[in-house]
Design a protein around this ligand. Structure first.
Ligand code: ZN
Length: 403
């Protein structure tokens, strides 16, 4: 099943039309409880979602491809109408977006771990004993002072032993090997240039590592660094330009704000809780054609493997749905970015419930929210990249293709 590449849609998108809201419950999809046979969403008491699916057209979506478990980054890229394989976001880039770092096109971002090495340079602790975050902040500030000719570099703390390194300058590339050997008793893996194009980046990173070694050499625990997910940022074409719709992201977590910013959405102030999410949506409702709203708890409770907590999070999400419905967007899509079944305590590849409410929706017979109910809906199973084109179509924002 081929998803929408967006090319046709780009060519026929029009500037006027209805208001669209994409409401995403992270990790929404689940798996049946072994005793009741009900998923978290089916077990939850969801009057607002039930009313919404009754008035809409329903189905399930596949975030990336069948069988592929996505991270939240690519899953959101797909929801925003971008091919998540073509516009792959590397781990270093995601990590930098996750701390609200203002990445520029061509920047190379690296996830770094502080580690402990012995006198022979062999790793004895890959996480430097999980140094406190304050220590990470202190060391990142020192490393941030390193200067390399012709390049800008930024070191930022993340949490505990984790930090981010960003290189800015001409001719830098991503896609280098990780230096974290994923085991102890061996030294970090040297950086290798697979081709001529990578040599400059390898030299720069090695120069940084050499300077860092000097700075860290007397640290009792964090006396070494490893690198992972070395990735360069190539910005996707902007959402407002591609789809001719002004767009804003209302989200609490930096990573989602970062991914939205990456595709050119405006990102108003950070929301601390559901009330603030609703407040921000309401404040920005008139100013934008497309509003993306992100709810996190359905994913974190699934990741915790806590079925009951995910049921409760789904009920909390249902109350948010009621408040968004009351704002009466012309097109409302409620879905998840991927499944996070509490039975697996992790993201999964399972298709995700989706409902579209719009004046032009071909309303189906589904009356209850939940995976098994919505599977019989009028949308069937679609790819995530088809969702945005459908929203534009229902908003009356797509002209006819051809005469
Ligand atoms: Zn997610």
């Amino acid at each position: 099943m081929r998803g929408n590449s967006g090319r046709v849609v780009e060519g026929i998108a029009e500037e006027s039309g209805g208001k669209m809201v994409l409401l995403v419950a992270d990790g929404l999809g689940g798996l049946p409880h072994p005793e009741t046979g009900l998923t978290e969403g089916e077990a939850a008491d969801t009057p607002n979602l039930d009313a919404l699916v009754t008035a809409g057209v329903n189905g399930l979506h596949i975030p990336i491809e069948r069988g592929v478990t996505p991270g939240s980054g690519p899953a959101h890229i797909a929801l925003f109408g971008y091919d998540p394989v073509r516009y792959e976001i590397g781990r270093g880039v995601l990590e930098a977006l996750g701390i609200d770092f203002d990445l520029r096109d061509g920047d190379v971002a690296v996830r770094m771990n502080f580690a402990t090495v012995d006198g022979e340079g062999r790793i004895t602790d890959r996480r430097a004993g999980r140094i406190p975050t304050e220590k990470c902040v202190e060391l990142a500030e020192k490393l941030n002072e390193i200067k390399l000719p012709g390049l800008e570099l930024f070191v930022r703390p993340v949490k505990e032993h984790r930090a981010v390194l960003v290189f800015r300058g001409p001719g830098l590339v991503g896609g280098l090997n990780d230096t974290d050997p994923q085991e102890t008793g061996v030294p970090p893996v040297p950086l290798r240039a697979e081709d001529k194009g990578q040599e400059k980046t390898v030299e720069a990173l090695n120069a940084f590592l050499g300077a860092a070694r000097e700075i860290l050499k007397d640290e009792p625990r964090a006396n070494a660094l490893t690198m992972r997910g070395i990735a360069s940022l190539s910005k996707p074409p902007s959402f407002p330009t591609r789809f001719k719709a002004g767009a804003a992201a209302i989200a609490s977590y930096p990573m989602y704000r970062g991914v939205a910013r990456l595709v050119g959405m405006d990102v108003p102030a950070q929301a601390k809780d559901t009330d603030e999410l609703v407040g921000l949506l309401s404040d920005n409702f008139d100013a934008y054609d497309f509003l993306f709203v992100h709810f996190k708890k359905t994913d974190s409770t699934g990741e915790d493997g806590d079925y009951e907590a995910k049921v409760a999070a789904t009920e909390e999400f249902d109350r948010l749905v009621g408040r968004v419905v009351a704002m009466e967007p012309d097109v409302l899509v409620v879905t998840g970015d991927h499944s996070t079944p509490s039975a697996l305590a992790s993201h999964s590849w399972h298709p995700v419930p989706i409902t579209i409410r719009a004046g032009s929706a071909r309303v189906d017979a589904v009356r209850r929210f939940g995976e098994s109910h919505m599977l019989s809906g009028g949308l069937g199973i679609i790819k995530a990249t088809d969702i945005l084109p459908l929203m534009l179509a229902h908003a009356g924002r797509l002209a006819k293709f051809g005469a």
